[in-house]
Design a protein around this ligand. Structure first.
Ligand code: GRG
Length: 291
């Protein structure tokens, strides 16, 4: 029986080598600047949380987790594209991400916009070519498109932008979170179940898990902007002072309680899966993560 770290390292080494070896590597094409900018952000590290969710939900459903790598890579490509766009001067205007200069600081805004666009589209190409029956791939595309587009992450981002100049209610902050951060985390868990050919009950449980862990993750993210360290986080802190964050609404102690409560609810949803020890430990670990 493998322990938590052994499983984690297997997941991380699989996704890292796929991203490194397979993504945007076209030596014969002339648009090398675009590939370089895409790979600059994609290969900059990051916790790879969304790929880990894909892998482990697939494994818990009895699937071949390694075969789910194109799905895992798709999640990471979309996540990275959103970080590149989020850091742009017209959005958050950040200089550092994942411990290095943001994409536009290195390549310029024009290239950064295109690198984000191309990563977003590349994700759907990985899914379309994955080694699964067509109905699984189509369902994965549907889930992902709905999670990322107007109903999901992009929808959450515009709500966030529009809320900047005013005081928001608790429900409004939750609405932003469930779209902007939660939807992609939910998609990762669901794609893992689809890859593992899990049951409808497992799909529901994975969604329940992801909704709670995604909320806990964002609340902790807001806390880290206040209590975290820029070197550890690889990005600036205290950037959310004027924003409608969970810390603004509940304070640090209230947020800490909520992270624990939602993690407990997420863990409860894992009862639908046998051999759930890895995910239980991961959820527990995320409660007081510092990066
Ligand atoms: C280009 C698809 C696309 C979207 C554009 C800018 C935008 C719309 C959406 C922003 C979405 C966003 C950046 C949400 C924040 C989510 C979040 C908590 C990010 C941090 O995730 P971690 O901690 O980062 O997993 P690492 O670096 O570890 O991967």
């Amino acid at each position: 029986m493998q322990n938590f770290e052994q499983i984690l390292n297997k997941y991380l080494s699989k996704i890292e080598s796929y991203l490194q070896d397979e993504c945007s590597v076209y030596p014969d094409q002339p648009q090398q600047t675009l590939f370089e900018a895409m790979r600059y952000s994609l290969l900059a590290g990051g916790k790879r949380l969304r790929p880990i969710f894909v892998y482990d939900f697939c494994r818990m459903c009895g699937g071949d987790w390694e075969n789910a790598t194109p799905f895992a890579a798709a999640l990471e490509a979309i996540h990275t594209s959103s970080l590149i766009h989020d850091d742009l001067p017209c959005m958050d205007n950040d200089d550092y991400r994942r411990g290095r200069l943001t994409n536009h600081k290195v390549y310029g805004e024009d290239v950064a916009v295109l690198a984000g666009d191309a990563l977003l589209i590349a994700a759907f190409s990985y899914i379309s070519k994955a080694n699964y029956p067509a109905d699984v791939r189509i369902r994965a595309v549907e889930v992902l498109a709905d999670s990322v587009g107007e109903l999901g992450m992009v929808g959450g981002q515009i709500l966030d932008i529009q809320s900047e100049q005013r005081e928001c209610s608790e429900q409004e902050v939750l609405d932003v979170q469930s779209r902007k951060t939660g939807a992609l985390i939910r998609a990762a868990a669901v794609l893992g179940v689809l890859a593992g050919n899990g049951s409808e009950e497992q799909l529901r449980a994975a969604t329940e898990f992801a909704d709670h862990i995604g909320l806990a993750f964002q609340i902790r993210d807001d806390m880290l902007d206040q209590i975290g360290n820029a070197d550890t986080l690889g990005k600036a802190v205290h950037t959310d002072m004027q924003k409608n964050t969970f810390v603004h609404i509940y304070g640090i102690q209230g947020c800490d309680n909520l992270v624990k409560q939602h993690t407990a609810l997420a863990i409860e949803a894992l009862n639908a899966f046998e051999d759930n020890e890895f995910m239980l430990q991961l959820a527990d670990f995320l409660i007081d993560r510092m990066k």
